[in-house]
Write a protein that binds this ligand. Sequence first.
Ligand code: F6R
Length: 366
Amino acid sequence: EKGGYEHFMLKEIYEQPSAIVDTYRGRMLVDKGMVRMAGMDDNIERFVNAKRILIVACGTSWHAGLVAEYIFEDFARVPVEVEYASEFRYRNPIIDENDVVIAISQSGETADTMAAIKLAKSKGAFVFGVCNVVGSSISRETHAGAYTHAGPEIGVASTKAFTTQITVLSLMALKLAKAKGNMSNTDFHYHLQELDLIPGKIKKALEANEHIKEVAKKYMNAANFLYLGRGFNFPVALEGALKLKEISYIHAEGYPAAEMKHGPIALIDENMPVVVIATKKGHYEKVVSNIQEIKSREARIIGIVTEGDTDVRSMSDYVIEVPDTVEAFTPLLTTIPLQLLSYHIAVMLGKNVDQPRNLAKSVTVE
Ligand code: F6R
């Protein structure tokens, strides 16, 4: 049932290329230059007229929501807020019928996310679900939705659910951008073509596995890790840190790279591995200068870079390459080495990767 893999987590990491194809199959029509998604098509006015999009979720799904915030605002020019469902539900939020709420949940059973949905509905908001488990409670409670079609995710640490959530949310953002006239046809088409190339590029990123094992071996005994990213890859830094924490029990924190100098840089010494997502896009130059700042404090740098990069390589102890793509889709690639790094560290430390202590696959209590 693990299909020859040692753990479900590893199997699910390797399933991502085909899971993403399953997510966009029948929805992304590259030749026709369109995105078809029944849950959105049937409610397109609600989306087009939305004054704001509010995303509610927990854990890794919340990180997918943060990536979506960057993508929706960039493509569709609609204000987006991302909330922890557990905070949203208890803070008397300002929300009304002009809001579209997107609830993201792999299991579709998370108690806090469910409560947030009920609250949003009681205020008149339109609620759209992005779930993986078909027929789950959240998929039934929402007004409309889109399944991720990632297939069953057994490993407690979420992997393919995350990348397929980002895929669905990217399709939604593209569709909304088109419906609102915020993206030219050429640009729209270009993004569809780029998304279509992502599964193949993930396969390529997975080829770094043996090299990532070496990196894992080198740093498996570190007491702390930092993960840094900016822009679309800031949430990926948070997700990388969460993956390491939950399965290896090593303390890790994710930060926006530029926040380092506002405090956390004090933590840095030669024992601190710092994973920096530094793809050659958007904020590349800024990230390079952030790396210089921490390098001068002796940190060990593990750079996640675009194929062929030389600048970050020259400053790093290790680099892990991912293929090039448009900036908005880089999280789909930069996530892959971070999943593998935490997986190998946890295995080398002898931890129970698929069922880490204290964690359950679906959190049905608040
Ligand atoms: C992390 C993880 C959790 C879940 C969170 C939300 O790897 O699995 O953080 O992401 O409990 O679960 P869902 O998406 O089922 O609502």
